[in-house]
Design a protein around this ligand. Structure first.
Ligand SMILES: CC(C)(COP(=O)(O)OP(=O)(O)OC[C@H]1O[C@@H](n2cnc3c(N)ncnc32)[C@H](O)[C@@H]1OP(=O)(O)O)[C@@H](O)C(=O)NCCC(=O)NCCS
Length: 159
């Protein structure tokens, strides 16, 4: 390829904008990305209905390509320490690996820090643990099964 040839277009994290979304906007990605292995299984939990629950969307242009839901809850082993838990972290399959998940997590970390929280945590799928470790999370020792898949708790200090 000569220097004058156009470079192939490749989506990147700079193209991603993160903003608040309604619970209803998260449902399609939740179902398709996180419940595809157990069709019909609900992608809704009581934590969705808490007063302090918030939902973020990652957008490429006008297209919603990633979602996450966050709410206050003590982290396992850290009672009384201000913490946010996140659930239903899902990126459109065709967009995975292009920065949407990191952009969502960085926004969650920044907002949680601004709220005065000290910890951020989740039940992380084993297949996603390396993603969380890259973002500064520590992986707890104990493994458990959730939604038929192996998980570990992941925790990140944010202060
Ligand atoms: C896991 C997930 C949320 C990550 O979001 P993403 O947008 O694909 O991740 P990013 O593009 O921001 O990746 C950031 C880095 O983590 C890496 N990474 C992403 N997903 C990974 C995974 N599952 N395992 C290991 N590394 C991963 C990327 O290669 C990238 O590395 P780099 O910085 O060296 O380029 C997304 O892939 C997804 O929705 N997966 C399926 C559902 C899922 O597992 N959700 C989490 C449930 S706990």
């Amino acid at each position: 390829m000569s220097q004058s040839d156009p470079q192939p277009l490749r989506a990147g994290p700079g193209d991603i904008a993160v903003r608040d979304v309604a619970l209803s906007a998260t449902k399609d990605l939740r179902a398709r990305v996180l419940r595809n292995h157990i069709p019909g299984s609900p992608a809704h939990t009581p934590s969705d209905d808490l007063a302090d629950t918030w939902h973020l969307g990652a957008f490429r242009g006008d297209r919603l390509v990633g979602v996450v839901t966050v709410f206050p809850q003590d982290a396992p082993g850290h009672p009384g320490v201000p913490a946010q838990r996140f659930r239903f972290m899902a990126v459109e399959p065709s967009e995975q690996g292009t920065g949407a998940g990191s952009a969502l997590m960085k926004e969650v970390i920044g907002r949680a820090r601004a709220r005065g929280d000290r910890l951020l945590w989740a039940n992380g799928r084993d297949t996603a643990l390396d993603f969380y470790v890259r973002l500064g999370f520590e992986v707890a020792d104990e493994s458990f099964t959730e939604s038929n898949l192996p998980h570990h708790v992941v925790v990140r200090r944010i202060s």
